[in-house]
Ligand binder design. Structure first.
Ligand SMILES: Cc1cc2nc3c(=O)[nH]c(=O)nc-3n(C[C@H](O)[C@H](O)[C@H](O)COP(=O)(O)OP(=O)(O)OC[C@H]3O[C@@H](n4cnc5c(N)ncnc54)[C@H](O)[C@@H]3O)c2cc1C
Length: 429
């Protein structure tokens, strides 16, 4: 008996998992390869980074998610190279994995615009380890400030800089401001945590540049009401252990968080295929890699253009739509059915929160702001979480924060960068 067509999906993020779900019942066997053992709900990562949610509330073991799919094998492994001619992936343990069809859904990471030396001083937010690193740094800064006698050093410890005012930067800034103003004051004796400076630096002219201008203005005003200083039109030109330099200003800060710029995974290098500046693979209208109809690239790993030439945004719904589309193409090929028409992205809207009571939602046809947007944002995110237990626990946590300003996940579980992995129940050292 001949073996079923082998589809290998690299990356069990939003895009890869959607492909696997949509291929249920197709005449294929599927192997999912991911270098982590968990699927991560990145839209709520900032809450793990700011002690609002525990890492285990926003990540789920991939193997468990796919346990009912007898047609799917899950491998915890990192892809290091691809042999296009032999149709083989080379994994980190030295083994090779043959594919008939390959779906690359390897995502992206934050980028420092060529200044990688800034990373140790200004960690970005992409993984659970990043979130626990940031959480540790933020909480430790308050602890050290409580012990610090020197006024200047204390001020630097109580200065938190966030670089980049997209949704992640805005959400981080708003939540850290609430942490300092509402959650922590009663717990400290020598410092007044309300004096902490939270500075959001953005090179562009407004916060949330993907949103309509009035929503950007509302978000800026809401941040300022929370006590966030917003510096617009200033690019950061240096990050160090002392702080940041932006425009003509040098700001002493112990905690810097990087929320600007993304760089795609090295999938384009593995294939030696054309990519844009951010390393995203250029794909055909059916999301295949040029010259290789058996290889698809989706989500943050690919640059997909809309009919008007604008790129499809790097967000979860786009990755999921692309994942579903690719599954349909694969199924049509195997069933010798007509190929689906070229991929068309449907934008469902942009959402961002500013602290625990305000949000902005831009659906295009309708714009929402304030408390009603916050409740809608909350319901949407709870809906998209996986599993009833997680939904209940996240909803309860949010209600608790809403009513009492208390954030439960305020543990510092490491005493140095080298111990960070320990805090992540699912990560691989
Ligand atoms: C902090 C943050 C907040 C965000 N907020 C939002 C939001 O509010 N709304 C929204 O829609 N989008 C948001 N996004 C964007 C959204 O998360 C991404 O667009 C989406 O995750 C892209 O899905 P993907 O499947 O392409 O990649 P990912 O979900 O990133 O998944 C990629 C997977 O590939 C695996 N992988 C990578 N390299 C390898 C390798 N070499 N070998 C094996 N496996 C590998 C990774 O471990 C990972 O599991 C946010 C992103 C971040 C970082």
């Amino acid at each position: 008996m001949t073996e079923a067509h082998h589809v290998v999906v690299v990356g069990a993020g939003f895009g890869g998992l959607e492909t696997v779900h949509r291929l249920a019942g197709a005449p294929v066997r599927i192997t999912v390869v991911d270098r982590r053992n968990h699927h991560l709900f990145q839209p709520l990562l900032y809450q793990a980074a700011t002690a609002s949610l525990a890492p285990s509330e926003i990540a789920w073991p991939i193997r468990h998610l796919l346990r009912r799919r007898r047609d799917v094998t899950t491998l915890l492994a990192s892809v290091e190279a691809i042999d296009k001619e032999a149709r083989e992936l080379h994994l980190d343990d030295g083994s090779a994995l043959h594919y008939d069809t390959l779906v690359l859904a390897t995502g992206a990471r934050h980028a420092y615009f060529g200044n990688d030396a800034w990373e140790p001083f200004a960690p970005g937010l992409k993984t659970l380890e990043d979130a626990t690193t940031i959480r540790g740094r933020v909480l430790l800064a308050f602890e050290e400030a409580e012990r610090e006698a020197d006024e200047r050093k204390r001020a630097a410890l109580l200065t938190f800089v966030i670089v980049g005012a997209g949704p992640t930067g805005v959400e981080l800034a708003g939540t850290i401001a609430e942490l300092a103003r509402s959650t922590l004051p009663a717990d400290f004796r020598r410092i007044d945590t309300r004096e902490a400076r939270i500075v959001l630096i953005e090179a562009g002219p407004r916060v949330l540049p993907a949103f309509a201008e009035d929503l950007s203005a509302y978000a800026k005003d809401s941040l300022e009401r929370l006590g966030v200083e917003v510096a617009l039109g200033e690019a950061v030109s240096d990050c160090s252990a002392e702080g940041v330099v932006f425009g003509a200003e040098r700001l002493a800060a112990a905690t810097i968080i990087w929320a600007a710029g993304v760089q795609s995974s090295p999938a384009a290098l593995w294939l030696d295929a054309p990519a844009d500046k951010a390393g995203r693979l250029k794909v055909e209208p059916d999301l295949t890699v040029p010259g290789h109809p058996e290889i698809f690239a989706i989500g943050d790993a690919a640059i997909v253009l809309r009919p008007d030439g604008r790129p499809v945004p790097g967000i979860a719904p786009a990755a999921k739509q692309e994942g579903a589309y690719v599954a349909d193409v694969i199924r049509a090929r195997l069933e010798a059915a007509p190929a689906p028409p070229p991929f068309r992205y449907k934008h469902q809207g942009d959402l961002a929160t500013i602290g625990k009571r305000r949000a902005v939602i831009d659906f295009g046809w309708i714009k929402l702001r304030g408390a009603i947007a916050w409740w809608l944002w909350g319901c949407a995110h709870i809906y998209f979480l996986i599993g009833v237990r997680n939904r209940l626990s996240v909803a309860l946590n949010w209600l608790w924060i809403y009513a009492r300003d208390q954030r439960g996940a305020r543990l510092i579980t490491w005493q140095g960068e080298e111990a960070e992995e320990d805090d992540s129940p699912f990560s691989r050292p």
